[in-house]
Design a binder for this molecule. Structure first.
Ligand code: HAM
Length: 407
């Protein structure tokens, strides 16, 4: 019979990758908690309109990449392509926009985008993200960027930070009007012609070399910021200097999601090939009101976990792990009792089949156990158990009572 394969661009995370994945999530969660973020988990399936109204009608994500279908109740739904809109939806639904104050959330989980799969680009991928709602100060972008540098330093990942300001309701509309006029005078690729109509600043994101050359010398939003945006951007870069966080001002950085205002940033790795963005984020001061809530500022980021996995190395220091087994069927129930009791305090692997001493010893080593305990025929009769510390190589036979107390 033909076997069933996973879908293209969708991977299982298992064995060593599973270990790395959990290690990454656990440590990012610890760091996020240190910065005052609380955990949130939102559903994977959402109403399609949530992303149309936030990520935007002109974005590639909404126009080309959503896993969208009609469910049995005739609802237009999709698998979430990103996490920010869902967090904001939940925030408004819980009426936190009316409560006021600053709210910080962190999350992780799978996202879905129907893109052409390649190295570092999947159709199901995972993000670790943070969102702060209700804080309008540029210090919150600083908080996020500072946290991201701590995360990358923890995992010993080298990165480059690119940063830009996209302006606000004051300066962005007039810049866009002037840009459209300029774009009419330049011959660009078909995609850019469409972008000029739907969201003109996205032309700066075009990967076509000819477009990039033609757009090189025209004015960018960063050159036309209003006084408030300019001051905030200068204060932010000044603080980055103060914290010794190196950055490049990238005037072409516009991001692929339409909800950004003011600060936009991306972290890039030189060690993972062409899909080199390891995290992206920015400010979204209009998103809460755009989705029907009160006017509340927002800022956030998301890290692409799969892109980082090849770069993460786990601290070699081994945690204690017992492998407890038996060579005789008679001791199976005794083994069950000992394993259950030992698991109150430590991690235990076991094997409920009777096997030879050599087989158990080789299994324990393969599975990375640090301690081994075997009930052989003699031990079963004596009410004892043979133990070996696989690191120091010390061996001893102890009574079952002593074993339960052994660390
Ligand atoms: P994004 O730039 O679309 O932003 O995604 C963030 C990160 O997710 C990227 O930098 C990349 O590492 C990873 N990523 C994106 N697409 C893929 C893919 N197809 N395969 C593998 N990894 C991928 C957002 O999603 C925003 N929600 C970030 C944000 C949060 N902005 C404000 N708050």
């Amino acid at each position: 019979m033909q076997t069933i394969q996973s879908l293209r661009g969708m991977n299982d995370i298992k064995e060593q990758d599973g270990v790395l994945f959990l290690y990454f999530i656990e440590n990012c969660s610890l760091i996020a908690k240190r910065y005052g973020f609380d955990f949130i988990s939102t559903p994977i399936l959402e109403q399609t309109s949530l992303f149309v109204r936030s990520v935007g009608n002109s974005s590639d994500i909404v126009t080309k990449e959503m896993y969208r279908f009609t469910d049995k109740g005739e609802n237009d739904v999709c698998l979430r392509p990103e996490g920010t809109a869902s967090v904001v939806r939940s925030f408004i639904e819980k009426k936190l926009d009316k409560a006021g104050g600053v709210h910080r959330f962190y999350y992780f989980g799978p996202l879905f985008r129907y893109e052409r799969p390649q190295k570092g680009r999947l159709r199901q991928f995972h993000q670790f993200g943070c969102e702060t709602i209700g804080e309008s100060s540029y210090m919150e972008e600083l908080n996020m960027i500072d946290m991201l540098t701590k995360i990358f330093q923890f995992f010993k990942i080298t990165f480059k930070l690119h940063i830009n300001s996209l302006g606000c309701q004051e300066c962005m509309p007039s810049f866009k009007r002037d840009l459209v006029k300029t774009l009419h005078t330049i011959k660009l690729c078909d995609d850019c012609v469409k972008r000029a109509i739907t969201n003109p600043i996205r032309v700066f994101d075009c990967k076509n070399k000819d477009c990039q050359n033609k757009l090189k010398n025209i004015a960018k939003i960063t050159d036309s910021l209003c006084e408030v945006c300019q001051k905030d951007f200068d204060s932010l870069t000044n603080m980055l200097d103060n914290l010794d966080i190196p950055y490049t001002i990238d005037k072409n950085l516009v991001r692929g999601l339409d909800y950004y205002t003011k600060t936009a940033f991306e972290f890039i790795s030189a060690d993972i090939g062409s899909q080199d963005a390891i995290a992206g984020g920015g400010r979204y001061d209009k998103l809460v009101s755009q989705l029907g809530g009160k006017d509340r500022s927002g800022v956030g980021f998301a890290i692409g976990i799969e892109r980082l996995m090849p770069l993460i190395k786990i601290d070699k220091q081994k945690k204690d792990m017992w492998y407890i087994a038996t060579t005789t069927d008679e001791a199976i129930q005794m083994l069950g009792k000992i394993v259950s009791s030992k698991r109150k305090s430590t991690c235990v692997l076991t094997d409920y089949k009777k096997r030879s001493w050599t087989k158990h010893i080789s299994n324990a080593t393969k599975k990375g156990a640090t301690h081994l305990a075997i009930i052989g025929q003699d031990e079963f009769q004596d009410g004892t158990i043979w133990t070996k510390n696989l690191i120091t190589k010390d061996e001893k036979i102890v009574t079952i009572k002593e074993f339960k107390e052994l660390n």
